[in-house]
Design a protein around this ligand. Structure first.
Ligand code: ATP
Ligand code: MG
Length: 562
């Protein structure tokens, strides 16, 4: 464990739980839950909540439930339920037998509603949605009571039963809590508890035509499950008095709600509505497009679960909203991949090099180190021959100062192979460089010179006759602006980065990669981390760039420490 002190940021929720255990609150039990609404794929913001809820439960010997908050039949789908389970598991968490659905509590929630009606704490309102909004008032003006507010308990019970029985069309009645239309907190102004919606639900089918609102379902679901610490994002702080009110009126188990700041990440959007728009309108290839901030997108991009968990631990948990730099997420990934990714040589934009004094037809197997960070990963053989590919960028006919790579008359090292010197430059009719002629020094095998001669540049290379051809997809940030959601009047899609995907075909890879499988991650020496994309087939190998090697975050950290 490398310096835990500097990597683990403070987490005030951990302190609250520690204190609760000390005081034997809930007999020392810790039961948390992650409550997604199955109306889209999970994103990195959800990962923060998952790591927090499952992580704390694990840490304190408790458990964490996975509960689908599926109270809105219109936007929810089985596909999302499946993907959410997959993503939570992939992140490394296990809910065991504690998989729940708010829809399993529909009957119980209805009983709670009936109890509130019987106690005179809820009533059926027949104003239209617009009228309800109007009567609600504003932050500066108190609300007005509905003319239906004082219906008798008998009438309310009758109407509620008939709402449930399907006698009324959508929008004709709602069930509301009877609290206080003059409350300074708008959530307390007789919030809606049930709506009529003649819609099929992905789990309960047509059994129900009234559905509880999130505000009525959420706290009661937590209570039914015996949740001790109900951790949620800051926007629910103002709802807490309402949740407390319901629990007190119903006299049922009262979980403790604790709010924390949601994660915002630069150069991307995190709202499911916006992500859905990108998917549906074809701006990306799907929910798992490697440019998406979704967990499935990050997975396809080559992120490891370890790096995401590390990121979530490092950003910590706070009470104040802030935006985290995407560079930190990438930094966590590089740190992890640096330890575990095998190094290979791959030439993305090639230039042919003929070693004129190397025997025609000869092949040597050069020994290459798989990971200098981990000798246990061993070595491999890479074929070397007379015709090679190097990167176009690694040659300049007219090199500027500080360009230490190949140029006419200059000697460089080919990694794990030989020193070579450029002796001739071949061009086509347009004057473009198409081939280099070089000589090699046979005494420099392995890439070092017995006479102590130094060279400044080391290039990666691939033997032309052995090279494996592949497509390589270079991904960049999805948005060109650090905060694409900032300007509420502008369409966030206008800030999409037009160069977020560049496809290179005909890249040349060392032949050992023929056995690479979908999801395998590598470091292409000097270029970055890449992984095999699921679009690959037996006929065509496709790699996605996970991240380039350049680490801006490491520099920031270093500057801060120095
Ligand atoms: P979105 O606003 O992206 O649609 P949501 O909050 O509606 O997200 P839910 O499915 O309700 O999505 O979220 C499940 C859990 O994840 C909630 O407890 C919520 O607080 C948490 N969560 C959602 N977004 C973030 C975020 N950006 N950072 C931290 N936690 C989040
Ligand atoms: Mg939500």
């Amino acid at each position: 464990m490398a310096n835990k002190e500097t990597t683990s940021t403070q987490n005030f929720i951990r302190n609250i739980i520690t204190e609760d255990i000390k005081n034997n609150k809930n007999e020392g039990r810790v039961i948390t839950r992650f409550p997604p609404e199955p109306n889209g794929y999970l994103h990195i913001g959800h990962a923060k909540s998952i790591c927090l809820n499952f992580g704390l439960a694990e840490e304190f010997g408790g458990r964490c439930h996975l509960r689908f908050d599926d109270t809105n039949p219109v936007k929810e789908e089985e596909e999302y339920v499946k993907s959410i389970k997959e993503d939570v598991r992939w992140l490394g968490y296990d809910w065991g037998e504690h998989l729940y659905f708010a829809s399993d509590y529909f009957e119980k929630l209805y009983e709670f509603a009936v109890k509130l009606v019987k106690d005179g704490k809820a009533y059926v309102d027949s104003l239209t949605a617009d009228e309800i909004r109007e009567y609600r008032g504003t932050l500066t003006e108190p609300g007005k009571e509905s003319p239906y507010r004082n219906r008798s308990i008998e009438e309310n019970l009758d109407l509620l039963q008939r709402m449930r029985a399907g006698e009324f069309p959508d929008g004709t009645h709602v069930l509301r809590a009877k609290i206080d239309m003059k409350s300074g907190n708008l959530n307390m102004r007789d919030p809606v508890m049930y709506r009529i919606k003649h819609a099929s639900h992905h789990r309960t089918g047509d059994k129900w035509c009234i559905y509880p609102t999130y505000d009525f379902a959420h706290g009661q679901s937590d209570s039914i499950e015996g949740i001790t610490h109900s951790i949620c994002t800051l926007e629910f702080e103002d709802h807490r008095p309402l949740y407390d009110w319901f629990l007190e009126q119903l006299k049922i188990h009262h979980p403790q709600q604790i709010e924390f700041a949601r994660l915002n990440l630069s150069y991307t959007v995190m709202s499911k509505r916006k992500l859905l728009e990108l998917v549906q309108q074809g701006y990306v290839a799907g929910w798992d497009d490697p440019r998406m901030p979704t967990i499935s997108g990050l997975r396809r991009r080559g992120f490891t679960p370890e790096s995401i968990r590390d990121f979530c631990e490092r950003i910590g948990v706070a009470k104040k909203d802030s935006t985290v730099d995407m560079a930190l997420l990438e930094h966590c990934l590089r740190e992890d991949l640096n330890k575990r990714a095998q190094r290979v040589m791959a030439v993305l934009r090639w230039l042919r090099v003929v070693i004129v004094n190397y025997p025609e037809g000869e092949v040597e197997e050069m020994e290459a180190v798989n990971n200098p960070e981990d000798p246990g990963m061993g070595k491999r053989k890479v074929p070397f021959s007379r015709v090679l590919y190097i990167e176009q960028d690694d040659f300049r006919e007219d090199p500027p100062k500080k360009f230490f790579r190949l140029a006419p008359g200059r000697e460089v090292r080919l990694r794990y192979a030989y020193y070579i010197t450029c002796v001739d430059v071949k061009k086509n009719e347009q004057g473009d460089v198409v081939e280099l002629h070089c000589t090699y020094d046979p005494k420099t095998k392995g890439g070092w010179s017995p006479d102590g001669r130094k060279v400044k540049g080391t290039l990666h290379w691939v033997s032309a006759s052995h090279a494996l051809e592949a497509e390589v997809r270079l991904y960049d940030r999805l948005f060109a602006k650090p905060d694409p959601g900032e300007d509420r009047d502008a369409d966030f899609k206008t800030f999409l980065n037009p160069n977020s995907l560049e496809i290179l075909t005909n890249c040349m890879l060392e032949p050992g990669l023929a056995k690479a499988e979908v999801g395998n991650r590598y470091q292409f020496e000097r270029q970055g981390y890449f992984c095999v994309d699921p679009d690959s087939s037996d006929k065509k190998l496709i790699f996605s760039r996970t991240v380039p090697l350049r680490d801006t975050w490491a520099k920031i950290e270093k500057a801060q420490k120095g």
